[in-house]
Design a protein around this ligand. Sequence first.
Ligand SMILES: [Fe+2]
Ligand SMILES: [Fe+2]
Length: 403
Amino acid sequence: MKRNILFVDDDANILQGLRRMLRPMRDKWDTFFATSGKEALEIMARERIDAVVSDMRMPGMDGPELLHHVMREYPDAVRFALSGYSDKELVNRSIAPTHQYITKPCDEKMLVAALEQAIAARELVPNKAVLDKLARIEHLPVLPRIYNRISEELAKGDPSPKDIGDIVAQDVGLSTNILKLVNSAYFGLARHISTPQQATIVLGVNVIRSLILSLHVFQNFDPLGRQSFSLPLLWGHCIRTASIARALAEHEGLPREQVDYAYIAALLHDVGKLLLDAQCSDDCQRVYEVVRQQNRRVAEVEMEVLGLTHAQVGAYLLGLWGLPGPVVHSVARHHAPEPEPGPIGTTEIVYFANLLEHEVIVFNEHYARPTPEPQRLAAVGGPARYEAWRQLALELGLQPQCE
Ligand SMILES: [Fe+2]
Ligand SMILES: [Fe+2]
């Protein structure tokens, strides 16, 4: 099915440039162009628009105002903001309705990939009623700009860890949190790390980048919802799952890029729990009650009560953020019963890292200890492989409580 994408900018030259740039997409996309917020809303009233990409600074209705309108009237349309570095105030006003910021001038490949992925993310949530609910979330955390800045730096070539550390250091609050985290028992580092630059050198750019994302998500949800579960416990579970995932991926000789994907996906694999808790607090309470009383698995009960799982919801958010496909896919499938065809990749690694974390560390004694799905176990080589991985996870010496 062809997608309808709407671009909004008061500068006709920019729209012209976009039109030219996106010509190769014409078999997949129908593109619409508006020079004002008003015109954009008129188009949206007659066409089913899948994604809106809006400039921020426009006379009359500006970008934040337009995106707020779109969020209210057409909640399931993907909302991107095109912004320059000078648009700080506008960016702040557009945080609630924006799924992703694209920096001007934008790179064609990046924009196309980000749009395709964000649109596809909606398909990860099969239940239309729940998707509508999710799409209306005003507090859906936006991809932090610092993450984009680091990604841009990485895209330029091979930046030194010090350069990346310098970017992190500009955000004092974030730097403090990163340092607190890397010096905690989760990382078990032999020496004290005192600057973000040092942290990036010791842990690597991708670990730092994923920590930024996950800190961001957890902090965003802290005051929200009723918290049907313990936030610090979930955070600990995610960070340990990430360490196990990395160890398994390295042990299996996966290429560097896939090791990083496995780490990021494992770190973020349960973010859907936060989203669900913030939005369907009562239903979530029920889910966890059933889980405790009947000693069943969370994902299974979520399916019964909510019609979808936290795995799908988490993948939806990460997809909207434009995280790499293997990361989104691994998160979406971390409770699925069927294995991934082909050789062991990030999806299987994340699935087993999650199970092994529950096995090595008793996260909550009321929860059923998960065992691998027979099909997934068989696909990675059966109980012998699982036992080898379990040993590997044990050797990491992960701690149940930290700080
Ligand atoms: Fe999960
Ligand atoms: Fe988990």
